[in-house]
Structures are given as structure tokens and as C-alpha cells.
Unconditional design. Sequence first.
Length: 262
Amino acid sequence: MANPIALITGATSGIGAAFAEAYASRGHDLILTGRRMDKLNAIAQRCRDRFKVMVETVSAELTNGQDVAALAEKIKSSAVDVLVNNAGFGKLGPFSENAIESQIAMLDVHARATVVLTHAAVGRMKERRSGAIVNVASIAGFLPMPSGAMYSSTKSFLVIFTESLSMELRPFNIRVQALCPGFTHTDFHEKIDIPRERQKNKGVSRWMEPGEVVACSLRALDRGKAVCVPGFWNRALLTAVKLAPRWLYHALFPHFSRDDLV
Ligand SMILES: NC(=O)c1ccc[n+]([C@@H]2O[C@H](COP(=O)([O-])OP(=O)(O)OC[C@H]3O[C@@H](n4cnc5c(N)ncnc54)[C@H](OP(=O)(O)O)[C@@H]3O)[C@@H](O)[C@H]2O)c1
């Protein structure tokens, strides 16, 4: 019998690359997407060599509707068993000062691409009455942030979208999870000019490794959990925020500067 297939977006580095290795180690063939093709091909080759699975790489710019539509067709024709909508990026700075194009790009990659690819995957999954979808959100999805309005709100969209689908698709034996990591050592922060030497535990910030985040996600998926927040400190932070009155959060959060966190 053929191996099950996992399609992972944004698998060039970080959490996506860790998902690729984890699913390959579970005997899945892979379809990996990204833009830095040299890195993506190196990860693909490592998975082929170590786990003897088939790996296809696809160059896809997820702000581009045609690339997303082509990927949706591939999801339908390959009948993927697992979809991980992981691709994403950060952008710091006040909403009014960032170009509108970069704000819309975040909406396109985090929200639009996830919706289109998920829609392409669920039809066949429902027919087969099996499948898994992981949408990589963030703890930021629970934390409104000045200078992070688009990041927090697009990740918040992913949490509610995913929880809703999780309930809708549970009768069809399809597991759907919003993975909500906190600070994780990947390429994400360097791309927004936060160098590795500043990526250390500080104040309420606790850093995790991508492999730990993915292991936590897969354990939670096996248990059918719709929302996975990896790491005790991240869960403690969200619990404190949930318990605090909203006015207090609004009063205190703007006083945290970026330097308090990283
Ligand atoms: N690192 C953290 O602290 C953290 C915390 C919470 C949530 N997350 C989320 O985790 C997910 C993975 O990020 P990461 O931390 O692993 O960062 P990463 O190492 O920078 O990986 C991000 C991946 O997304 C891809 N990507 C970004 N923009 C894209 C676009 N416009 N079109 C196509 N692909 C695009 C990148 O592709 P290329 O590199 O090939 O361009 C890369 O493969 C993201 O959704 C992020 O928001 C990260």
C-alpha cells in the first residue's frame, strides 16, 4: 500500500522543516513548499536519505493567487492525508506606517492561502473519513498587540477558523488543530532583524526549539486537541491574560516595549 501523503507549506526552515522530518519519520511521503528552493531541496534530500520516503518540492509564493490555486489543485489530485498550513512571517511596526501591500500580504499568506488550501483538502478527507489539518497560528492570536495588529489578528482568525472546523469535521474523523507556539528558534525573528543572540529567555519570554513545538503538536493531534499551545510558560501566560480584565490588559500591554521581550 502507498504511504500516506503530508503537504507542508513553508517547509524551508523552522517549524515547517521540523514537521517535514516528523511526518517523514512516521512514514509519510511529503510535498513541501517554500521559496528558498536550495534550502527546501536540501531538507527534502535529508528526509529521503534518512526515512526512505518520497518527497516532492514545490516553489510557491503564497501571496500569489495563481500559486495558491495551483497548490490547491495539487492537494486535490494527490489526495493528501495531512495538510500543515505553516508558512508565515512577521512584520513589526505601527499599522499606519507599514505599507498597505505588506499588511495585505500577511492577510494573504496567513488567512487566504490557509482557507483555500484547507478547502481543497477537506473534500477528499470527508469522502475517506480520515485526515488531519494543522494550521500554525501563534500565541499572538490571543494577544492583541500595538505594532502587531495584522500579525495578531490574522493569527486570531486562524484560531477561530480552525476551532470551528475542528467541531464541523470531527464526525468525519478529520482532526483539525490550531498550533499556537510562543517564541521559537527559527529563521522568523532574524528576518525581522532580531538576531540569534537576542533570542534568549527574558522576563515572560521563554524560547522553544522547533522540534519540541512539533512533538507537542503531534501528541495533541493524536489526542484530538483542537488548540495546542506548546510550553508550560506560554500556557501560563495565556491563562493569566484570560483571567485579567480586558481594561487592565489594554492599560498594561502598551508599556511593554520590544526590549522587554527580546
Ligand atoms: N518562530 C516563532 O517564534 C513563531 C511563533 C509563533 C508562530 N510562528 C509561526 O510559525 C510558522 C512558521 O514560522 P517559523 O517560525 O518556522 O519561521 P521561518 O523559519 O521563517 O519559516 C517560515 C516559512 O514560511 C515561508 N513563507 C513566508 N512567507 C511566505 C510567502 N509569502 N509565500 C510562501 N512561503 C512563505 C518561508 O518560506 P521561505 O523561507 O522559503 O521564503 C518559510 O518556509 C509561521 O506561520 C509563524 O507565524 C512562529
